[in-house]
Design a protein around this ligand. Structure first.
Ligand code: ARG
Length: 577
C-alpha cells in the first residue's frame, strides 16, 4: 500500500477510536503545501472539532495518542490551529520506490469503489467543419475520461453530435438548388459550409427563401423520404471528417448518439412535464420556470416553441433520461464552453424535478474559457475566419517539423515527420490542458513549441533524455527493475525526486475530482525539473555499482511516471527526439 494511504487509513482508525461518530470519509491526507513542514498533511481534525466545540489541538493530541505510524513516519507534528504534518521515513520512501520498481504500482492505486461516469464531450455540429472552439472540449473531455479510467472507474464516452435543428432547413434548400457535386466530392464540409452561408444570407434578404427553408425543415421533421436521405448523407459526410480528426488526436468514443437520436422521446417528455406541473404555457410556447431559484429567476427554459418545434433543453432532458436508463451512471460530466452554463443549470434543475428518484446521480458541467489570438481577441485566421481544426493540426505538425529539422538534420525525413507529428500534436494538446480551464488563454505557437518552459516538448524531451541514458549505458531497462533492493536515497536531490514520484496518484485523484487536468501538467513539469536537478548533481552512469543501480532505478521510475502522465493527457512520447 502507498504510504499516504497507509497514513490515511491509520489516521481514520485513530479518529474512530476518539470520535466514534465521525464521518471517516472526511479524514483525508494531502500533500503538504510546503515541504518544510513535511510530506503530507491533514486538516481533517479542525473540521471535526468545530461542530463538536472541541479544542482542535486538544483533539489532535488525543488522536495522536491512538496513532502509531512509527514504521512509516517521523514523529507526527501538530501545527497551527490543528493540522497534522507527516514526514515519511527514508525507509518508507525506499520501500514505496522498490514496490514500484517491482511493478506493484506506479504511485497510484486503482479505486476500490469504481463509479460509472458518462463523459459528454466534443459534440460538434454536423455539416460544419470542426473549428478551433471544439478543440478544448475534445482535449479536456478525452483527458478526463483517461484519468478516470486509469483510476479504475467505468467510463462511458458519448459524442452528442449536433445533428438536428433549424439549420437543416437552409442546408436542404441549398443542397437542392446550389449543390456543386464536384466540390462536395473533394471537400464535403467546405461545400456544406458554403451552402449554409449562402442560404443563411439569402434567407435574410428574401422572405421566400426563408419560407422555403422552413418548409423543407417541416418536411424533414415529418419524415419526408428524400429530405431524410439528404440529411443522412450530410451526417455521414461530416462523420468522415470528424473521424479523421479524432484519429489524429487519438480520441475514441464509446457512443456517438446525436441529438436526433432523442427525437422520438420528445413529445411524450413534454407532455409529462406539463402533466406534472413542471412546465407551463407561456406566450404559446411551453417552458419550465425557476422562480424559486435566485440565479435562474426570469430565466425560463423553453421546451417547446410556439411552432411546435423542440429546444436544445428538451433534447438534453431526453438525453439524461436515456443515459440514466441505459448506463445507470453515478455521474455525468459535460464538457463545453462557459457560455452554456445557464443551459446546464436549467437542464440539471429541471431534471431533478422531473426525476427526483435519481437524486443520487451527480451532474457536472465542466466548462472552459475561449482561445484568444496573440492580440487578445478571439483566435482567428489572418483573413479573420474561424480556424479550422484540421488546418490547425497541420500547422502544428509543420512548425514542429521545422524545429525538429533544425535540431536533428541527420534524421531521415520520414523519421523527422513522425517526431514532428508527436511533438506538434502534443504541444497543441498541452497548451490547452495547462491553463486553468476556466480562464481564456492566448494561443501562441512559439510558446507551446518551446523546448524550455512548461510545454509538452519539454516534457517529451525529458522523457527521451531518460531513455537515452539507458541507451548510452547499453542497459536493459527491465533488468534494472530487478535491482530494487539497491535503492538508496542519500542526496537531497534524490529524496526530492522520490517524494515527487510518490505524489503522482494524489495528483491524478485531485485532477479527477476537480476536473482539472492542469494539476497533472504542473505536476509533470515539477517532476521534470526535479529530475533535471537530480541528474545534474548526482552522477548516474559514472556512479559506483550500487549507486548506479539505485540511480538508474530513479531514472526508470521517473521515465515511467512521465510517460504515464503524458499518456493520461493524451500525449505520446518518443524514445528519441
Ligand atoms: N453541440 C453543442 C455545441 O457545439 C455541444 C453539445 C454539448 N452536449 C450536450 N449534451 N448538450 O455547442
Amino acid at each position: 500500500m502507498l504510504p499516504h494511504k497507509q497514513i490515511e487509513q491509520r489516521l481514520q482508525q485513530a479518529v474512530r477510536a476518539v470520535l466514534p461518530d465521525a464521518d471517516l470519509a472526511t479524514v483525508l491526507v494531502r500533500p503538504c503545501p510546503d515541504a518544510k513542514f513535511g510530506d503530507y498533511q491533514s486538516a481533517a481534525l479542525m473540521a471535526l472539532a468545530k461542530p463538536r466545540k472541541l479544542n482542535p489541538r486538544q483533539l489532535a493530541g488525543d488522536v495522536l495518542a491512538k496513532l502509531d505510524l512509527s514504521d512509516v513516519c517521523e514523529p507526527v507534528e501538530i501545527a497551527g490551529a490543528g493540522f497534522l504534518n507527516f514526514r515519511l521515513k527514508n525507509s518508507a520512501l525506499v520501500a514505496a520506490l522498490a514496490a514500484a520498481a517491482r511493478g506493484e504500482h506506479l504511485f497510484f492505486e486503482k479505486t476500490t469503489q469504481p463509479r460509472t461516469v458518462v463523459v459528454d464531450f466534443s459534440s460538434p455540429n454536423v455539416a460544419k467543419p470542426m473549428h478551433v472552439g471544439h478543440i478544448r472540449s475534445t482535449i479536456l473531455g478525452d483527458c478526463l475520461a483517461r484519468v478516470l479510467r486509469l483510476l479504475g472507474h467505468r467510463v462511458i464516452t458519448d459524442n452528442h453530435l449536433g445533428d438536428w435543428g433549424t439549420q437543416f432547413g437552409m442546408l436542404l434548400v441549398g443542397w437542392q438548388r446550389n449543390l456543386n457535386p464536384a466540390a462536395l466530392k473533394s471537400d464535403p464540409l467546405a461545400e456544406m459550409e458554403r451552402l449554409y452561408k449562402k442560404l443563411s444570407a439569402e434567407c435574410k434578404e428574401n422572405p421566400a427563401t426563408l419560407e422555403a427553408a422552413k418548409q423543407e425543415l417541416v418536411k424533414l421533421q415529418g419524415g419526408d423520404a428524400e429530405n431524410l436521405r439528404i440529411w443522412r448523407e450530410m451526417i455521414a459526410l461530416s462523420q468522415v471528417q470528424f473521424d479523421t480528426i479524432y484519429a489524429r488526436l487519438g480520441v475514441k468514443f464509446d457512443n456517438t448518439l446525436g441529438e436526433s437520436f432523442y427525437n422520438p422521446r420528445l413529445p411524450a417528455l413534454v407532455e409529462e412535464l406539463v402533466a406534472k406541473g413542471i412546465a407551463r404555457e407561456s406566450e404559446g410556447a411551453l417552458a419550465v420556470f425557476f422562480d424559486d431559484i435566485a440565479q435562474l429567476k426570469k430565466q425560463p427554459a423553453l421546451i417547446r416553441k410556439s411552432d411546435g418545434g423542440f429546444n436544445y433543453t428538451t433534447t438534453d432532458l431526453a438525453t439524461l433520461a436515456h443515459r440514466l436508463e441505459t448506463w445507470k451512471p453515478d455521474e455525468i460530466i459535460y464538457v463545453t464552453d462557459g457560455r452554456q452554463q445557464l443551459h446546464f443549470q436549467q437542464v440539471f434543475t429541471a431534471f431533478r424535478r422531473w426525476r427526483p428518484e435519481a437524486a443520487k446521480v451527480q451532474f457536472a458541467h465542466v466548462w472552459f474559457g475561449s482561445i484568444l489570438g496573440e492580440d487578445g481577441k478571439p483566435f482567428k485566421t489572418r483573413s479573420g475566419e474561424t480556424v479550422k481544426l484540421a488546418d490547425l493540426l497541420d500547422e502544428a505538425e509543420e512548425r514542429a517539423f521545422k524545429v525538429v529539422s533544425e535540431k536533428n538534420p541527420d534524421l531521415n525525413e520520414s523519421a523527422r515527420r513522425e517526431v514532428a507529428r508527436v511533438i506538434g500534436l502534443g504541444a497543441v494538446k498541452y497548451a490547452d490542458l495547462l491553463p486553468n480551464r476556466q480562464s481564456d488563454y492566448v494561443f501562441s505557437w512559439d510558446k507551446m513549441l518551446a523546448l524550455n518552459g512548461n510545454t509538452a516538448p519539454y516534457l517529451q524531451y525529458a522523457y527521451a533524455r531518460i531513455r537515452s541514458i539507458f541507451k548510452k549505458g547499453e542497459l536493459d531497462q527491465s533488468a534494472i527493475r530487478n535491482l530494487q533492493s539497491a535503492i538508496h536515497l542519500g542526496a537531497p536531490e534524490e529524496i526530492a525526486l522520490a517524494r515527487q514520484l510518490l505524489n503522482f496518484g494524489l495528483v491524478l485523484e485531485a485532477a479527477a475530482t476537480e476536473y482539472r487536468p492542469n494539476f497533472i501538467c504542473n505536476y509533470l513539469y515539477d517532476l521534470a525539473g526535479l529530475f533535471a536537478r537530480f541528474y545534474e548533481s548526482c552522477p548516474v552512469l559514472k556512479a559506483n555499482e550500487a549507486g548506479r543501480a539505485s540511480r538508474l532505478l530513479l531514472c526508470d521510475l521517473t521515465g515511467r511516471v512521465l510517460a504515464s502522465g503524458l499518456a493520461v493527457l493524451g500525449i505520446e512520447t518518443l524514445d528519441q527526439m
